[in-house]
Design a protein around this ligand. Structure first.
Ligand code: GLY
Ligand code: MN
Ligand code: MN
Length: 435
């Protein structure tokens, strides 16, 4: 049960926040849940997303709430629940998290800002900067970069509660992925597959952790393809979509083929699926995340050679850049409140980032693998005409079998993506038990 882990999660937040405050010379912290984002020159808002630092504490949705954390005090949560006949203000009920807070409800945001006192050592985190100034926060205490960095740093180490949330988000997404596969095998269009996914998961589109990628055939080679074409009877499906749970989200990709797909492409699908699992087995505390990424390239080099797409395998192929046009993204990223969760390149609690090697600019994680991190492992092989143009006429063009590559291009690409939580000796794969 997710909720049984929650009190320990709040205790941990209290402890790590107290340490971060002390290190930066503060004694209290106010975090707001966020403001609606209104489109320019419009009266429509984007779907609301809580400030991640607020969501890290409590799964209370909606804007304007305030959380007040002070050293050695029970945290105070001020819920803003205005009377409203335009938008539903659902009653709170009795959520499992409420008793962990000194809980207050007010009818308007201005009252929330009067429900605590501000000292020169109270910090504020969030986007209500004007309200914070008006409430008396010192300019240097509003979103102090080093305090923010420390909070981000802690977000990389998931509590048992967070891992349980991500597990639930994964299990929920798996229901949608099963429905999507069945629909694809029955000839459904991208649009129909998307809707059947939502129905199986039981949520609406704006609740998804990110916009779904439902790509038939050649569209699988567009990494973040987002159209939903009505065309039916695809021969391959690349589907990358997650599900939400209490503010956390999963991020899962599967690629499926029918018997109408080219036999070599079907072998490629099986090969990527197998090498993805070998990469999962390789992940353990202490290894640099970059090693996983390079291992993915090496595995892909061997697979491409075995299938006759290239003539050079192993590290020699990797070093000559043979795999780069086929695998042009990073092998994964931290996962949590945000789908590309913060901190993947952070070098120390107070900030600093380590860039990836120049040949892998899209690698989002350059840290070491450590216990309690949650990340994706998502190797892929794609046939992207734009990326194949250069090697086709370059000095290494003889290393590729262009005839086979051109034959497979109409089938798009393969990506297999699981969500894993790092344990003492390896990883717990949150996805594979379900799909
Ligand atoms: N769904 C986006 C990604 O896999 O990073
Ligand atoms: Mn991902
Ligand atoms: Mn994904």
């Amino acid at each position: 049960m997710v909720s049984t882990h929650y009190p320990a999660h709040v205790r941990e937040r209290q402890k790590t926040t107290e340490a971060a405050l002390a290190a930066e010379g503060f004694e209290a912290l106010v975090i707001s849940s966020g403001k609606p984002f209104t489109y320019y020159s419009d009266d429509q808002d984007a779907p609301f997303k809580s400030t991640p630092h607020f969501a890290h504490w409590v799964p209370l949705a909606g804007p304007d709430h305030l959380l007040v954390v002070a050293v050695a005090k029970k945290p105070k949560l001020v819920r803003v629940a205005p009377e409203d006949y335009w938008y539903e203000q659902a009653p709170l009920g009795d959520p499992f998290w409420r008793n962990e807070y000194d809980f207050v409800e007010v009818g308007e945001a201005a009252k929330a800002w009067k429900s605590f006192s501000v000292t020169p050592r109270t910090a504020y985190v969030g986007e209500h900067v004007e309200a914070a100034k008006a409430a008396g926060f010192a300019a240097a205490a509003i979103n102090p970069p080093k305090l923010l960095a420390r909070l981000d740093w802690e977000r990389a180490y998931k509590s048992a509660y967070e891992i349980a949330c991500l597990g639930q988000a994964t299990e929920r997404a798996a229901k949608g992925h099963h429905a999507a596969r069945k629909a694809f095998e029955n000839g459904a269009s991208e649009l129909e597959i998307h809707h059947l996914y939502l129905e199986a998961v039981g949520c609406v589109e704006r609740e998804l952790p990110y916009e779904s990628i439902v790509a038939l055939d050649e569209k699988g080679a567009t990494l973040h393809y987002q159209s939903k074409r009505p065309v039916k009877n695809g021969r391959t499906l690349l589907i990358d979509v997650g599900a939400p749970h209490l503010g956390y989200g999963s991020d899962i990709t599967r690629t499926w083929t029918t018997t109408k797909a080219d036999e070599t492409f079907r072998e490629l699908q099986c090969g990527v699926d197998a090498l993805q699992q070998r990469l999962c087995a390789l992940a353990k505390p202490g290894i640099p995340y970059l090693d996983l990424h390079v291992a993915a390239h090496r595995e892909i080099a061997d697979l491409l050679k075995t299938l006759g797409l290239t003539k050079l395998g192993g590290m020699e192929a990797v070093e000559r850049g043979v795999t780069r046009p086929f695998f042009p993204h990073g092998v994964g990223h931290f996962l949590g409140i945000q789908v590309h969760d913060v901190g993947g390149r952070q070098t120390e609690p107070v900030g600093g980032t380590k860039a990836p090697p120049t040949q892998y600019p899209y690698l989002r994680t350059t840290r070491k693998v450590e216990e309690r991190q949650v990340f994706t492992i998502e190797p892929g092989v794609y046939f992207v005409p734009m990326l194949l143009r250069e090697p086709r006429s370059g000095p290494d063009r003889e290393l590729f079998d262009w005839k086979t590559i051109d034959r497979l291009t109409p089938f798009g690409g393969v990506r297999i993506e699981d969500n894993v939580a790092v344990t003492k000796n390896g990883v717990q794969n949150l996805t594979r038990p379900h799909i």
